[in-house]
Design a protein around this ligand. Structure first.
Ligand SMILES: [Zn+2]
Length: 306
């Protein structure tokens, strides 16, 4: 479709958000509705109505990209791994294409986050960008020269369910993960994991933000929790650097708002990268919570150099 407007849709478990972007990344219009998560048909209809409504308001046709947890299986072309469980097993791209009478591109929300930050965010202009979401869960996506790396199994960047590397006594016993395995990176680095770690050690129930601010204020137990988190983050990111060697690692999600992460992760990261130098920068996402929906819009964006 020859159009200069790209609509991104962030299809989350509680809300569906649509954002219209111009070709140069300017935000034209944003609309959101609650996700009718009980019904596949209702979700497809809600996405259709949002997109058609945005097009109507703008008086222009648009391309449509969708960010969602989980991904399309590369063989069966049906959704898998989504926490909006009615989507699992559904040929979501075909259903949306039929509802909207056009091709619709779908990608994992962490891949969309990485694409957004690589296109015009903290990783703009960089060759290899690893985007990490440290939120309710822990996801990742890789963008190379402005294009998302999908991979043969459409699982590239899905780093949260690798085991935490270089585990030491502090990291044991390995926590159980909802995926059925133990010791997944997500069980150490998600927001709930940080809070659980602090609670298990101290009996104190604090959210991630409170742990960080008390650590800064000199609370020894909170500082120790943050130090354990930084060491784990450094180790987990080092295993990525040793494989894809990104120019930039961009952090998003609720935990990424902890300012102390950015200076604090450098030492444990450098200590585990198999290199005499560490040139990889670890940066905070520029577009914050908007990166998923912006990256969905960029699924139809211009490639680098165009
Ligand atoms: Zn897992």
């Amino acid at each position: 479709m020859a159009t200069s407007i790209h609509v991104g849709v962030d299809l989350g478990g509680t809300k569906i958000e649509a954002l219209a972007l111009t070709r140069d990344g300017r935000e034209l219009l944003r609309r959101r509705v609650a996700t009718p998560s009980h019904s596949l048909e209702a979700i497809v209809a809600a996405v259709r109505d949002l997109v058609l409504g945005v097009e109507h308001e703008l008086g222009s046709a648009a391309t449509v990209g969708v960010a969602t947890p989980g991904s399309l299986s590369p063989v069966r072309r049906v959704m898998r791994n989504s926490n909006t469980v009615v989507l699992n097993g559904a040929p979501l791209d075909e259903l949306l294409a039929a509802a909207l009478a056009r091709e619709v591109r779908i990608a994992n929300d962490a891949n969309c986050f990485a694409l957004s930050e690589a296109t015009d965010g903290a990783g703009a202009g960089q060759g290899v960008v690893f985007g990490v979401i440290l939120g309710t869960g822990t996801g990742g996506g890789v963008v190379v020269d402005g294009r998302p790396l999908v991979g043969a199994n459409a699982i590239a960047g899905e780093w949260g369910h690798n085991p935490l590397p270089w585990g030491d006594g502090d990291d044991l016993p390995a926590p159980a993960c909802y995926c059925g395995k133990r010791g997944c990176i997500e069980t150490y680095l998600s927001g709930p994991a940080l809070e659980r770690d602090h609670r298990d050690r101290t009996g104190e129930a604090l959210d991630a933000r409170a742990i960080a601010s008390r650590a800064q204020g000199g609370d020894a137990a909170c500082a120790a929790t943050l130090a354990r988190y930084l060491r784990r983050l450094g180790k987990a990111l080092a295993s990525v650097v040793n494989v894809v060697d990104p120019d930039v690692i961009v952090l998003g999600g609720g935990v990424s708002n902890i300012e102390a992460l950015y200076a604090g992760v450098v030492e444990p990261l450098a200590a585990h990268v198999f290199s005499d130098v560490l040139r990889t920068q670890v940066l905070r996402a520029r577009h914050g919570d908007s990166s998923g929906v912006r990256g969905a819009a960029w699924l139809w964006g211009r490639a680098r150099g165009e």
